[in-house]
Design a protein around this ligand. Structure first.
Ligand SMILES: [Zn+2]
Length: 329
């Protein structure tokens, strides 16, 4: 072997040793780290939790078998609205609160400081155990408290003027609403409110008038003359989410038509029976020019809410005056 051949052999040998060494070191540094107890407990997602994005689903009418709808309409349970709405008022709704961006209406100026309590009453009678029924004595006590505190009760028009005007009212204001149209609203609530010259809004289901348990048209007309606003609450107080688009439309528009015809007013402010609605409901309301709608979601009414999803404060008829006071804070 010549000297140059020895040199070549040494160079090639050296290169082989270097390559093997580099491979060994590299394989050691890329070996997966052993899983320790700490690494197993580390959160799967680090950093901020992804923001919930509201889904904008297409309007899909919910179909129900015709016989079910017919049965429901033929056999209305007259006591159902009261108890069910009281329960619903304390049950979180599955329907997401649509943001104000979804509204086709002119947006009110951002007026975070405007916050109007909208009280939600039902029956005014003695019915122990029913949170949706308030005794006349308790209602009187609450109205006296509002009067003593200097509250001004709003008409719907005044409420809407504040909502759209975007100016904070100088006085304490409140909107009183009564759902369903119980006869005791005429016999008990009307005189109590009249004593203080208070205004209120009645959401009535015209399909239930004239049956003895609910108000009749003469009483409703007298309440209207006494300063009450009268607006629709569905024809037969249905859970709209169980009806198809056509039946929802009838419930909403026929209630409005009858109120407008009987009273000669515009009845374009809706109140959802049981607080229930779906995307079809909102679509129908917009299509038929309803400007505002009230839910049973708890909270102050604020102009940055969707005007078709205004919040109210359920008045628990079983609770004392101190909880009534805390509702208004
Ligand atoms: Zn109701």
């Amino acid at each position: 072997m010549t000297t140059s051949n020895w040199r070549l052999t040494l160079i090639i040998g050296g290169m082989l040793i270097a390559t093997v060494s580099i491979w060994f070191l590299a394989s050691q540094s890329f070996r997966p780290t052993q899983i320790t107890a700490d690494s197993r407990e580390a959160p799967l997602i680090q950093g901020p939790i992804p923001e919930f994005k509201e889904q904008h689903l297409p309007v899909l009418p919910i179909e129900v078998p015709n016989d079910e709808v017919t049965k429901q309409q033929e056999l209305p349970n007259l006591m159902t609205p009261l108890a069910a709405e009281a329960k619903a008022a304390f049950t979180p709704t599955a329907t997401p609160i649509t943001t104000v961006k979804d509204s086709v209406y002119k947006l009110a100026p951002i007026t975070a400081q405007i916050s109007i309590p909208v009280l939600n009453y039902h029956s005014v009678t003695v019915q122990p155990g029913n949170t949706a029924a308030i005794t006349p004595a308790k209602l009187e006590e609450q109205m006296q408290y509002l009067a003593d505190q200097g509250y001004k009760t709003l008409t719907l028009k005044e409420f809407i003027d504040i909502w759209e005007g975007g100016e904070k009212p100088t006085a304490k204001v409140i909107l009183l609403t009564f759902d369903d149209g119980y006869k005791d609203n005429y016999t008990a609530a009307l005189p109590i409110l009249a004593k203080h010259n208070f205004r209120a809004t009645l959401f009535v289901s015209p399909g239930m008038v004239e049956d003895g348990y609910f108000l009749n048209w003469d009483e409703i007309k007298e309440m209207h003359k006494g300063g009450w606003d009268i607006q629709p609450h569905g024809m037969t107080h249905p859970n709209l989410t169980k009806l198809n688009s056509e039946k929802q439309t009838f419930e909403i528009t026929e209630a409005r038509r009858q109120i407008e015809e009987e009273l000669g007013i515009t009845a374009d402010v809706y109140c959802y029976p049981y607080g229930e609605r779906n995307q079809t409901t909102l679509h129908i309301l917009k299509e038929h020019g309803f400007r505002y709608a009230f839910t049973i979601e708890q909270g102050m009414a604020k102009p940055d809410q969707n005007p078709l999803l205004i919040r109210r404060l359920f008045v628990n008829g079983e609770a004392g005056l101190s909880s009534f006071k805390s509702l208004l804070k």
